[in-house]
Design a protein around this ligand. Sequence first.
Ligand code: AMP
Length: 299
Amino acid sequence: MKIVVVGSVAFDNVETPFGKVENVIGGSATFFSVAASFFAPVAVVAVVGEDFPKAELAFLRSRGIDTAGIEVAEGRTFRWTGRYHEDMNLRDTLDLQLNVFAEFQPKLPESYRAAEICFLSNIHPSLQQSVLRQLDRPELVGADTMTHWIQDTRGDLEALLRHVEVLTVNDEEARMLSGERNIVAAARKILTMGPKSLLIKRGEYGVLHFSPDSVFAVPAFPLEQVFDPTGAGDAFAGGFVGALAKCGDFSPPSVRRAIVYGSVMASFVVEDFSLKRLRKLSSEDVEHRYRQFVALTEF
Ligand code: AMP
């Protein structure tokens, strides 16, 4: 199955307790698509400025990612600056510059329209909605968001959620979106807002999956060194959706396996800054860690 993803393609400045990097490649659609490309064909919808390196678009293509829907516009690429706390489950956004995204009106290439899966990764909900409207009839629609959009564009986000089957958020986003403190109560409330399936990402504590009649938990892979959590959520979504696209069915056992693949991809991203770890990752590495995950949770 083919996946179409919309989201940010960005320059990031990131500071963690282990170091600081500037002007590195980031963005929700970037992390998502690279992670998903280990499993299934992915096509990206985004915009970059003239300052975005052509070599990075070539890198995406080298992973088999379709970049026909990435527009190169006059102006500067989206920029995000973030700083992680000592407890790296917490981070602050220090600066966010939409730049070329401010005026972006996505127009999907004809070849994208028949995609069976659509993932609306973190970006303005009206852009997410616009991409969804241009697809013929996706069999699965997933979405992600951030506190920024929950606070500033709640109406647009709530309208979008009515068309979303699978939503991925972290604890803080789940609480903010639902108005509930308790995470289970938050999940129950979000499941009345549109999504039939909710994934709550809990950083180093793993992920919880809620559906109307089940709860499923997967730990994060225990790593000795976590350098930079940026992109973990997007890589999780890419691995999860990619694995579903590869097996072609959305049954509960497939969803559970896909959650483990999502956790595998997230565990690689955090081992280094930006895309560094994913650039040298092989499919064998992915399968090896998947087997380690199975051993970790078997009893
Ligand atoms: P994650 O760590 O998975 O939440 O994703 C981090 C990535 O999201 C970074 O590479 C940023 O460039 C990008 N990002 C941060 N804030 C936003 C935002 N408000 N909209 C879209 N992308 C964002």
